[in-house]
Design a protein around this ligand. Structure first.
Ligand code: TPP
Ligand code: SF4
Length: 292
């Protein structure tokens, strides 16, 4: 029998992406593939749930089991997959509009439940796919197609919100620093529980304020300063640092909390629900016929 080929970045590549040249999604895509190689997770050993948006279009360019569902509904889908097969690593990839606009209720409730899911949030301050409306993380005053005189509301702070909701792993990455982002993603995927990776992702087409240069001038690594990710009060203080001055990236907070899966009685025998109750084919032709 031929020896299996070694796992490389190419193992996760399907089609070439069609993001705008220079989009931060390229950096996240590359860092994710590298992290999966580092963890030796094969394409058929994981599922990725994608949001709707430019970020969610990564479904077309990553070789793995993928689920592309409704806008804003990534986290409940990911939880459902984990409940059906809690041995399967599940990663979520979605935009800030998807996760903090349409899906913000799920964000809080998923954090409460703490399923073993890695959540990669593409934070570009805009709804990229629908042409640049401001998203919930856009700063006050940000000018967009839907706020021609500037955004009036205060932005959502994903790090602060996750900390306040009781998340067990809260982190921020930057799409322009592949090595650090890969390291962060490896730590997030290894974490037992819901791991938030809020990735600062330049949208070169619709966000001319938060550019690569703007980030390079501000981003600093929490691992290079005195920060202890086991201390919630320190994490909270770092989360409040004004983004237009200095921007901390890395692990803000990490703690051990029982996962959703570990507390569900039917899963405690070790067998997945699918192993306990195999899926049986069901004839749905009568239902389909009603819509024809
Ligand atoms: C319920 C619903 N509302 C609106 C849309 C239209 N829509 C598709 S993509 C998108 C914006 C996505 O923005 P974001 O989640 O920030 O991702 P990005 O494109 O920036 O990566 C919107 C509003 C939709 N598909 N479904
Ligand atoms: S519109 Fe923005 S987020 Fe979408 S592909 Fe282009 S640069 Fe990337």
């Amino acid at each position: 029998m031929p020896k299996p080929l070694p796992l490389t970045e190419r193992s996760f590549r399907s089609r070439p992406p069609n993001w705008c040249p220079g989009c931060g999604d390229f950096g996240i895509w590359t860092a994710l593939k590298r992290a999966l190689v580092t963890l030796q997770l094969k394409p058929d050993q994981l599922t990725i749930v994608f949001g709707i948006g430019c970020s969610g279009n990564m479904v077309n360019v990553v070789r793995a089991y993928g689920f592309h569902g409704l806008h804003g509904r990534t986290l409940p889908v990911a939880e459902g997959i984990r409940l059906a097969n809690h041995k399967l690593p599940v990663i979520v990839v979605g935009g800030d509009g998807d996760g903090l606009g349409e899906g913000i209720g799920h964000f809080i409730h998923a954090i409460r439940a703490n399923p073993n899911v890695t959540y990669i949030l593409h934070d570009n301050q805009v709804y990229g796919l629908t042409k640049g409306e401001h998203s919930p993380t856009a700063p006050k005053g940000f000018v967009s197609t839907t706020a021609p005189t500037g955004v009036i509301e205060e932005p959502v702070n994903p790090i602060g919100l996750a900390l306040a909701a009781g998340a067990s792993f809260v982190s921020r990455g930057f799409a322009g620093d592949l090595d650090s982002l890969e390291t962060l993603l490896v730590a997030a995927i290894r974490h037992q529980g819901l791991a938030l990776v809020d990735v600062l992702q330049p949208c070169v087409t619709f966000n001319h304020h938060n550019t690569y240069l703007w980030y390079y001038q501000r981003v600093y690594q929490l691992s290079n300063v005195q920060h202890d990710p086991s201390k919630l009060d320190l994490a909270w203080r770092r989360a409040q640092e004004p983004m237009d001055e200095k921007i901390p990236v890395g692990i803000f907070f990490q703690t051990k909390r029982p996962t959703l899966e570990s507390q569900l009685p039917p899963l405690q025998g070790g067998r997945t629900l699918l192993e306990q109750q195999p899926v049986r084919p069901v004839d749905i032709s009568a239902v389909v016929a009603q819509y024809q």
